[in-house]
Design a protein around this ligand. Structure first.
Ligand code: FES
Ligand code: FES
Length: 156
């Protein structure tokens, strides 16, 4: 039995341990905000948080999850709290186009900003490797700077 938590709720898993976490999140738990893009760890559409790290959930198997705390885009803003500053910045700058990559972008960027609270454009280009087929990179960069400012204001 593998035990871990997803968005604060404990999960006991007794199935196929070779299944990628992404499948489990989408097909079993119905957290469909996490998207399937490439399936080979390249695009970042499936990014979630495992503890303090941003991880591509298509490339992690159930066998690796025992004792871990997983957060998906659905768990980023707690029910009784306001949006995460990155989510607010995404709205303020109207970032998404088709939206498909955006949950993964937001999960990668919230994690990135913890280690880089005042990033330059170069830091962003190096640190965020998630792909966006719609090419929203310019709006994302602006929104990341805005989110960093919001986080600094809140002391987040
Ligand atoms: S679907 Fe996981 S990195 Fe592309
Ligand atoms: S907004 Fe369409 S793929 Fe990024």
């Amino acid at each position: 039995m593998i035990t871990f938590s997803v968005n604060g709720k404990q999960v006991n898993f007794d199935g196929d341990t070779t299944m990628p976490l992404l499948w489990y999140l989408r097909e079993e738990l119905k957290f469909i905000g996490t998207k399937f893009g490439c399936g080979i760890g390249s695009c970042g559409a499936c990014t979630v948080h495992i503890g303090q790290q941003a991880i591509r959930s298509c490339s992690l198997t159930m066998a690796e999850l025992d004792g871990q705390n997983i957060t998906t885009i659905e768990g980023l803003a707690k029910e009784d709290e306001e949006l995460h500053p990155v989510q607010q910045a995404w709205i303020d700058f109207d970032v998404p186009q088709c939206g498909y990559c955006q949950a993964g972008q937001i999960m990668a960027i919230t994690n990135f900003l913890k280690d880089n609270p005042a990033p330059t454009d170069e830091d962003i280009d190096e640190g965020i490797t998630n792909l966006c087929r719609c090419g929203t990179y310019t709006r994302m960069r602006k929104a990341i700077h805005h989110a960093a400012a919001l986080m600094a204001k809140k002391g987040a």
